[in-house]
Design a protein around this ligand. Sequence first.
Ligand code: HEC
Ligand code: HEC
Length: 470
Amino acid sequence: MQISITAGVANCAEPPSDAISSESHPSEIFESRIMPIFKSTQPSSCIQCHLASVDLKDYILPSHQETFIALERAGLIDRKHPSQSKILNLIRMGEKDPNLSAKRLHQKTRQAELEAFEDWIITTCEHDPPVLDSDASVNDEAKSKVATLVGPEHPNEVVRYTRKQRLIESFTREVWSQRMRCFPCHTPFEINASDPKHVKAKQRHEDLVKQYGARINLFEKDPSGTLDRWVAASRKKNQNHLPLINLDTPKESLILLKPLSKVPAKREDGTLSPVSSILPVSHAGGLKMFEHDQSYKAIRRWIEDYADVVQGKYVSVDQLPTEKWIPTQKIIRMSNVPDTNEVGTPVQIFVHPKSQKQGLPIAFTQGIITPRGFVNGPLYEIVREELNNAEADSYSPDDNPATQPEGNMESILTAGEYRIRVYVDRHGKLDIDPATYLTEEDFLGETSVTTQWKLGFPNATIFSASNLRR
Ligand code: HEC
Ligand code: HEC
């Protein structure tokens, strides 16, 4: 007793000894350096690109032995060339990020993770690495089961879908593309000081900044900067201000409600009452969007998708949206809508290839019936993605697909003859789910058009509702 106490005291007097001794023993390195990553409440460096579905913690099991064996089985540790182990390359992914500020933000975490894993793997391989029972009673099936103990819980498609870069792409297409509807008040980078046509716009924007401050500058110079700004602003809780992006109730995102709202009511003395940024919202910029127009639909759908991603709602492949909506400036207009259809009723117009009797549309728009009896809107091309591709296991962390831009897609709406199908929302379906497509029970009729698909409202492709056949 006496002796051990003395020894203990003597040890305490020495410099912290665990750092030195752990250097030599793999299981101690595991405890002192890998376990803290596993237990940390902070996300790992993977969050730089993966908003959900995968974390370095998914690659750690509760013990040194189990973790090493499972990682090796999964092909992530190379005991002959430990420093080339794939798990290290996964952690290094972040170094190749073209987004330099994201790269810097996660630099420290990544470096610590990399050093810890390197130290643990190299030391373990130098010592006497654990082996999975080579006993004949352990069959191949049992061995491959061990490999599935590490890695993300959800399928690779889900991991890929919930990447930040994928969200920036859809943000660019579905939200950023609509920014000119908010010009010049919220788009400082679209105002060209040397353009004489922008003189008024510039003055107006400057006045607004003076009156309302920097919050007026909603759109940054690029999509990812804009998204970062909205996300950061939405994190600040404020009783008098709904979040720009509302994760709990996407339809109550201020970015949607402001442009749907009128200017605040006039007071008795003729001045405006203060603007409201909580329900009921008012907007000093006035009505800039309607619930049933295409921009609203696209922005709302994007916010809902974003909320599902960051809240980890996607767990299986069949839950992932498979369509992209690509905005165009090709306008379609239906005229002579009979007055049996109420003004203000939402209508969806679908474009199908003429040759195809059945099958899916390639473009659509949505609008409401105007008092003059027409419906018009810009077409969105519909691109369907094959998520279940054969390359499901092709992920090689060595080449970083994040640096490869999306291919420049050719428009699918080329000059020619097309079949047009029209649906009317008589049952308020779109009030319940604005991102939905109307179905056969809402079908009004179909016709065909031959068109060049010229750009802009003055060159709209026009057809008459009186030509529709059921
Ligand atoms: C003619 C100028 C003008 C246009 C165009 C305009 N707005 Fe506004 N908007 C304002 C002004 C002024 C404010 C500040 C007062 C307020 O909150 O209503 C504002 C505030 C906002 C806010 C609140 C920002 C915050 O953080 O408090 C949002 C969100 C917004 N607008 C969205 C939009 C969107 C989206 C569009 C385009 C579809 C748009 N606005 C078009 C003038 C405009
Ligand atoms: C610089 C960005 C970046 C970082 C950081 C990053 N990844 Fe990835 N990751 C990607 C990209 C891009 C893909 C999609 C590859 C594809 O589509 O083929 C991907 C896909 C994956 C997949 C799906 C497998 C597959 O075949 O697509 C897994 C699992 C994964 N990453 C794990 C991780 C882990 C674990 C970390 C953190 C240690 C991490 N990633 C850090 C960019 C990154």
